[in-house]
Structures are given as structure tokens and as C-alpha cells.
Design a binder for this molecule. Structure first.
Ligand code: GDP
Ligand code: MG
Length: 160
């Protein structure tokens, strides 16, 4: 019985990260994936995908009363997206920090939106805002069998 191992396992979270159509069209996929990879989180799902309208509406259902909602759905379905599931202790909040503020002009330099975007309506990447939404969104965007559980070779060099 290894109490420290149990404690660290309890903190493992999942987040849904997506390169939006503008990020794919602008050739930013590699840069964006690389930031999460280099940080040390574990990739458990990855695919290029043309999002149907009903899935976009379900994903963003909390925003369906906003005036920009129709434009948001049009944007997200306008071309392929890259869907990702990432795992690790604290990954949800950390990914939001790596992504930066919703408005790219307010996002800090060094963040994805701060470095790579200029407008809220073209902010290149999505990240879940809570562990609950991480699970919900991974369930929406991935089918069973599309996710991989694996142990990265570098695991022992990332955490004591
Ligand atoms: P996020 O969690 O930082 O992505 O931001 P929200 O959950 O508040 O909004 C979801 C997405 O809707 C944002 O990433 C934007 O793509 C889009 N969005 C939010 N607010 C606006 C807005 O005022 N105008 C437009 N055009 N899009 C918006
Ligand atoms: Mg959000």
C-alpha cells in the first residue's frame, strides 16, 4: 500500500482540448499540441474531425442564449477541428492557463491565445473549464475505443 501514490491518483483529471477550425487552417496544430506535450501532460485521445452542427450546439449549450451563438456554431463547424483528451493532476486549470483569456487581446504573451490570436471569435483553441466539463466533453467528442490508456516512458521523470 503506497499512500502517496493513492493521493496523487485521486487528483488525476481529464480535459478536452480542441484546435478550432482557424487553428487548423492557419497551420497551428503542431504548435498547440506541442505546448501541452512539452508541459508534461498525457495525451489520451487525438483526431481530426468535421464537427456536425448538433454536436457543436450540445458542446456549447450553456451559451445558446448569447447573441453570438449562431456565429459560434458556424465557426466551429466551418472546417475540421483537432479533438484531444489530456490527462494529469491539475490538467484542467493548467490547460486554461496555457490557453489564456477568452479575448486574445487580453491574453498574456506566452499563452496560446496571447501568442497566436487577435479576436474572441477566432481564438484558435478550446479547453474545458472544470473537471466535470472535461469528462462531459470528452464523452461528447470521443467514442469508446478512441481513447488510449498508456504509461508514458517519461512518467518517472515528470513526478517524484
Ligand atoms: P472560453 O471558455 O475561454 O473558450 O470562453 P467561453 O466559454 O466564454 O466562450 C466559448 C467560446 O465562444 C469562446 O472561446 C469564443 O470562441 C466564443 N465567444 C465567447 N464570447 C464571444 C463573443 O463575445 N463574441 C464572439 N464572436 N464569440 C464569443
Ligand atoms: Mg468555456
Amino acid at each position: 500500500f503506497l499512500p502517496h501514490l493513492v493521493a496523487s491518483m485521486e487528483q488525476v483529471e481529464e480535459t478536452y482540448i480542441m484546435v478550432k477550425p482557424d487553428g487548423v487552417q492557419r497551420g497551428l496544430v503542431g504548435d498547440i499540441i506541442s505546448r501541452f506535450e512539452k508541459k508534461g501532460f498525457k495525451l489520451t485521445g487525438l483526431k481530426l474531425f468535421q464537427c456536425p452542427k448538433d454536436l457543436a450546439e450540445e458542446h456549447y449549450k450553456d451559451l445558446n442564449s448569447k447573441p453570438f451563438f449562431p456565429k459560434l456554431i458556424e465557426y466551429i463547424t466551418s472546417g475540421p477541428v483537432v479533438c484531444m483528451a489530456w490527462e494529469g493532476a491539475g490538467v484542467v486549470a493548467s490547460a486554461r492557463k496555457l490557453i489564456g483569456s477568452t479575448d486574445p487581446l487580453q491574453a498574456e504573451p506566452g499563452t496560446i491565445r496571447g501568442d497566436l490570436a487577435v479576436q474572441t471569435g477566432r481564438n484558435v483553441v478550446h479547453g474545458s473549464d472544470s473537471p466535470e466539463n472535461g469528462k462531459r466533453e470528452i464523452g461528447l467528442w470521443f467514442k469508446e475505443g478512441e481513447l488510449c490508456q498508456w504509461t508514458p516512458a517519461q512518467a518517472q521523470w515528470l513526478r517524484e
